[in-house]
Design a protein around this ligand. Structure first.
Ligand SMILES: NCc1[nH]cc(CCC(=O)O)c1CC(=O)O
Length: 312
């Protein structure tokens, strides 16, 4: 089972390995170093897939049989020869604020520094109009948290899921409501991949670790992202939830409810956000994502054209 060597990646891979071991399987974990781990440049500069392509190559070369990724870091374009065998039960997908002195977003004084390297988080923070100073940062979760502890920054915004998996959710001072901050498509979810011709392993992974509701939600979010032709570092947020509804005859059916946001500009400098939401049958998750993307484009997310367009 291949994984990146970061604390977060090892924790995530450990969860899946444990589930397989519980089911009686024998698992060996192999660390694969990626250019994303070695470079300190901004993610927007080094490009989509920096954390995931080395792992996929190790899979193709048969150095590993399974690859575990943070789903939100995967490019939207399918990879020939590789299949998404399972999408395990998702962690809380929301973003979280870790601020000095236990402060919430609303309590941070004007001019407070908030660290994030994500154009999506930058755009949504700016749109709140709180007068915060956004500081671009990179580095692993520990490095980012330390900047607040050391007093270098007043706050940072991180995925709740990553903090929870590292046992550091206790440092969160506010979990951000998706109304203020929509997460990255597939945030909090893992992607478990294997080689397309490895049917036994695919079946095994699907039967032990796949979660149907997570898969449907993430399918809608990622279809929206793909249709916007925006890569994982673009200012696009999406959150889908599987909800119970009644059909015309009054029977309970499962539907997918999807919310999306896109900044009018590509660089996170824009304060104008475009929002839309829609609901569809669970079996129509993919189409729902594409339809919401079309609506966002109609509403003006078309300004996403530019250097980042088609970068998948
Ligand atoms: N881009 C880095 C990354 N990839 C996955 C996570 C957290 C775990 C997740 O979202 O599944 C993070 C860190 C973060 O955004 O705070």
């Amino acid at each position: 089972m291949g994984t990146r060597g970061s604390a977060l990646a090892l924790a995530q891979t450990g969860i899946i390995a444990e589930a397989l071991r519980q089911a009686g399987e024998n698992v060996e974990i192999v660390k694969v170093s990626t250019p994303g781990d070695r470079s300190h440049a901004a993610i927007a500069e080094i490009g989509v897939g920096v954390f995931t392509s080395a792992l996929r190559e190790a899979l193709q070369r048969k150095e590993v049989d399974v690859a575990i990724h943070s789903y939100k870091d995967l490019p939207t374009a399918p990879e020939p020869g590789i299949v998404l065998a399972a999408v395990p039960l998702r962690e809380d997908p929301r973003d979280a604020l870790i601020a000095r002195d236990g402060l919430t977003l609303g309590e941070l004084p004007q001019g407070s520094t908030v660290g994030t390297g994500s154009p999506r988080r930058m755009a949504q923070l700016r749109a709140l109009g709180l007068g915060l100073e956004i500081v671009p940062i990179r580095g692993n979760i520990d490095t980012r948290l330390r900047k607040v502890a050391d007093g270098e920054l007043d706050a940072v915004v991180l995925a709740r899921a990553g903090l929870a998996r590292l046992g550091r959710a206790g440092e969160i001072t506010e979990t951000l409501d998706p109304i203020q901050m929509l997460p990255a498509p597939a945030q909090g979810a893992l992607a478990v991949e294997c080689r397309v011709d490895d049917v036994d392993i695919e079946h095994l992974l699907r039967s032990i670790v796949d979660d149907e509701a997570t898969r449907a939600a993430v399918t809608a979010e990622r279809a929206m992202l793909a249709a916007l032709e925006a890569g994982c570092s673009a200012p696009v947020g999406a959150l889908a939830e599987v909800v119970e509804d009644l059909d015309a005859e009054g029977s309970v059916i499962e539907r997918v409810s999807l919310r999306g946001v896109a900044a009018a500009g590509l660089d996170g400098e824009s304060v104008e956000l475009i929002r839309a939401s829609a609901v569809a049958d669970k079996s129509d998750a993919e189409r729902l994502g594409r339809q919401l993307a079309a609506e966002l484009l109609d509403l003006g997310a078309g300004a996403l054209s530019g250097p980042g367009r088609n970068q998948r």
